[in-house]
Design a protein around this ligand. Structure first.
Ligand SMILES: C[S@@+](CC[C@H](N)C(=O)[O-])C[C@H]1O[C@@H](n2cnc3c(N)ncnc32)[C@H](O)[C@@H]1O
Length: 431
């Protein structure tokens, strides 16, 4: 059946109507005429694959990765990067308009970083599969729990793009090859760590095999017997912390491989620059950084001379944030606290004291309870909201603009995750 594709959904599928019913088409782009095959029917919509493109879009691009289409990591490699960013900007604006019921006064120019080889963090699933050459190590296949049969990932940092086959050869040599469900990758500026989740420990022979692997591929190996906090160096035994820097602010952030850092350090620098510029902190101001993590925004804001209070749910990250404030000579300017911000109340917020401005960078769930808790009297004048989910940003925008009296001054996207459907954005509110 041939159909005309009207639009792109938030997961990168083409959208069309077949006999009036909405159909999401994997692999087809707006403006294209495509032959499709429906693989799942739902009461309100169908899901289909494009089996042939009869008339292709001028924005169609040749996917770079050999595994594109099968691997679930990327969703948009068949669309030119500038068109990907435009689509994400449209998704952001539509969400803000439909759910937030406002229009930004200004659309910020999109932030661009490198298009390939940008990713410094990844979590690979592992499974010993004897007939597939020993083991599978990689991302899940699209819409499936199967692990993709992969040998390269073009969005990973250059020196680890081809780590898959070596890992797939390593796993079967280990005594506990069926007890290693996951390997996490974390790339820092001076070293790279692979954290092996181990359900049973390694023996002496494993140690030798793993040490040879680490030396050959120039990586450090950590092992994680239980939760992320249990990860410890394995080889070399004195493998230290990773680090990333923000040269514009003369800041260095050491971190453990299992601690949260932004996956794309290149655009992170640009995003921090823009967030601080939009916040425009002044020396006499008191500013809160909610969901502060290890202080990615807190320390750059505090360089202005403002007093900054960073609040975050993870004790481990707050301990790291305090340590990093000391290391960067900023502990007099910042204060940190652990709190579950999903349980914020007006009373708890009031107890924090007055803030002139806020930076909010929540996880995908957004910051509903926090924005609902903002005071009507003497509220923060400006809020810079960094979001990884336009739907929750839009939901929180509705409260900020229609209940709390803020104006959405500006919003725009950052191309933090090229070729994936994830939308990172930044918005500024003022009262
Ligand atoms: C998108 S990250 C941002 C971290 C930091 N701003 C950065 O740029 O590295 C969101 C942060 O929210 C924290 N978080 C998640 N749920 C939370 C909660 N209920 N209360 C407080 N913090 C939470 C996570 O630990 C994580 O550090």
């Amino acid at each position: 059946m041939a159909v005309f594709i009207d639009a792109l959904d938030h997961e990168g599928h083409g959208i069309c109507r077949v006999d009036g019913k909405v159909t999401f088409v994997d692999g087809a782009l707006p403006g294209e005429l495509a032959e499709i095959s429906v693989f799942r029917k739902h009461p309100k919509y169908d899901s289909a694959n494009a089996t042939r493109i009869l008339k292709s879009s001028s924005q169609r691009a040749a996917p770079k990765c050999a595994h594109y289409g099968r691997c679930g990591g990327c969703a948009l490699q068949h669309l030119e990067v500038s068109a990907q960013v435009a689509a994400k900007q449209r998704i952001l604006e539509e969400n803000i308009q439909r759910i937030g019921k406002v229009k930004p006064e200004l659309i910020l120019p999109a932030l661009y970083g490198p298009t390939w080889a940008y990713r410094h963090r990844a979590r690979f699933s592992v499974k010993r599969v004897d007939k597939k050459g020993g083991a599978l190590v990689g991302f899940h296949e699209k819409k499936s729990w199967f692990i993709a049969d992969m040998h390269i990932c073009e969005v990973l940092a250059p020196h680890v793009q081809k780590i898959f086959m070596p890992l797939r050869q390593l796993i079967p040599q280990l005594s506990n090859s069926d007890r290693v469900p996951q390997v996490e990758l974390a790339v820092g500026e001076t070293s790279t760590v692979l954290v092996f989740r181990l359900l049973t420990p390694w023996n002496e022979q494993d140690r030798e095999i793993v040490a040879r692997f680490a030396d050959e591929y120039n990586v450090h190996i950590w092992v994680q017997p239980k939760g992320p906090d249990t990860a410890v160096p394995f080889y070399p035994e004195d493998s230290g912390l990773l680090q990333y820097s923000l040269p514009e602010f003369n800041i260095v952030h050491p971190f453990r491989p299992t601690e949260f850092t932004q996956v794309n350090p290149h655009i992170n620098r640009i995003l921090v620059h823009r967030a601080v510029q939009l916040l425009d902190p002044k020396p006499h101001e008191r500013i809160a950084d909610f969901f502060c993590g290890l202080g990615n925004f807190t320390l750059p804001i505090s360089r202005s001379g403002a007093k900054v209070v960073g609040i975050e749910g993870s004790k481990t990250l707050i301990a790291r944030a305090q340590e990093n404030a000391r290391l960067n000579g900023l502990s007099k300017k910042v204060e940190y606290a652990v709190d579950n911000l999903f349980e914020m109340t007006p009373e708890k917020y009031a107890a924090l004291g007055h803030f002139d401005k806020l930076l909010i960078d929540p996880p995908r769930d957004g910051a509903m309870e926090l924005v609902k808790s903002l005071p009507q009297d003497n509220p923060p004048r400006r809020i810079v909201y960094v979001s990884c989910n336009p739907a929750t940003l839009a939901r929180d925008t509705e409260v900020l603009c229609h209940v709390k009296g803020y104006t959405l001054m500006a919003a725009g996207v950052a191309n933090m995750f090229p070729h994936t459907a994830h939308v990172e954005s930044i918005a500024v509110f003022e009262r």
